[in-house]
Write a protein that binds this ligand. Sequence first.
Ligand code: HEC
Length: 184
Amino acid sequence: MKVKLQRRYLVLVALLVMIAAVATACAPDPNELIISPQLGEQMAARAAGQQIVRAEPTPLPLLSSLTPEQIVAGLPEDVIAAMANADLAHAEQLALSNGCIGCHALDPAMQMTGPTWYNIGNTAVGRVPGESPGLYLYHSIANPGLYSVPNYPAGVMPATYVDTLSTQDMADLVAYLLAQTQGQ
Ligand code: HEC
């Protein structure tokens, strides 16, 4: 009886030790290195036995922080001119008649083949460094193969819109997407 109890006690202690070991292994290590622009500095700090300083990610600028010129920079002149008379209701009709909304939804909770259009106006600011949000959205529709949104299948979005949509249609769609800034 006494031996049995001791064994149970031992098993319990072994179990607690195991749980503690797993918990320590899973806890984030503040000195762990991640691939980032700071990696060189961090590796030097670790080699010197110093605590690694982890930089906070730079927040992406919002569409509202850009000037109208910055928003449309790089777009063809005729598209910029057409955007001045953009018809957002027509863009909604185009999204329906061209099947866009079969793959994209404004509701971020809806799982679709393509990324959500919720807050796409702000998302577009940071997608491709150096590319204005207007140009990014234009390319996304006219040349979907140029850039593929992470975690979404490439080559699924039709590449034919550039042939079937007019300049005014493209301008309406870009203006409509830029107007989706629900996140802010
Ligand atoms: C058959 C499905 C499908 C259709 C139809 C479709 N798309 Fe897409 N779209 C995708 C997928 C998948 C992606 C992400 C992969 C990529 O970037 O190519 C995407 C990406 C995009 C992006 C970039 C989104 C982001 O978060 O950066 C925009 C903008 C876009 N589509 C607009 C449109 C418009 C406008 C139409 C209609 C004229 C349309 N799409 C029709 C599937 C589709």
